[in-house]
Design a protein. Structure first.
Length: 114
C-alpha cells in the first residue's frame, strides 16, 4: 500500500488491519522529522524499501540538485562518510536499502547504472 504523503493514524491502522505492505523511500529519510520512519533503522520487516521512486530524481541527481544542505549533511553524518560525499552515493544508498530489515527492496535501474 502506498503509505506516502499525508499520513494519519487512520492510514497506519488501515494498513495494519489488512496486513498491507508499507513503503519506505530512502530519499524521504533525511528531512528533520522526529522518529522519521524512512530512516533505515526505523524500517519494519513488512515493508518495501526503495532508494527512490519514478516520481523522484535518480539518487545522484537528488543528492546534487534536490537535497537541502541540512538534509545532505544529515545523510553524510548518517553514512559516517569521509572524503568526497558524492563519491558512490548511489551505492551507499543502495547498500542502506539492501541491508535494512525490509522484506523487499526495490532499486531504481538508473541508480544501479549511475
Amino acid at each position: 500500500a502506498e503509505d506516502l504523503g499525508h499520513l494519519t493514524q487512520e492510514v497506519f491502522d488501515l494498513r495494519d488491519k489488512f496486513g498491507l505492505v508499507g513503503m519506505r523511500v530512502l530519499h524521504f529519510a533525511f528531512a528533520h522529522w522526529p522518529n522519521n520512519m524512512y530512516l533505515p533503522h526505523n524500517y519494519i520487516p513488512n515493508c518495501i524499501a526503495y532508494t527512490g521512486t519514478h516520481d523522484n530524481n535518480t539518487t545522484i541527481g537528488w543528492f546534487r540538485h534536490n537535497m537541502k544542505e541540512k538534509e545532505r549533511q544529515t545523510l553524510i553524518d548518517y553514512l559516517q562518510k569521509e572524503g568526497d560525499p558524492e563519491r558512490n552515493i548511489n551505492w551507499d544508498l543502495i547498500r542502506l536499502v539492501l541491508a535494512s530489515v525490509a522484506d523487499t527492496a526495490v532499486l531504481l535501474f538508473q541508480d544501479v547504472l549511475d
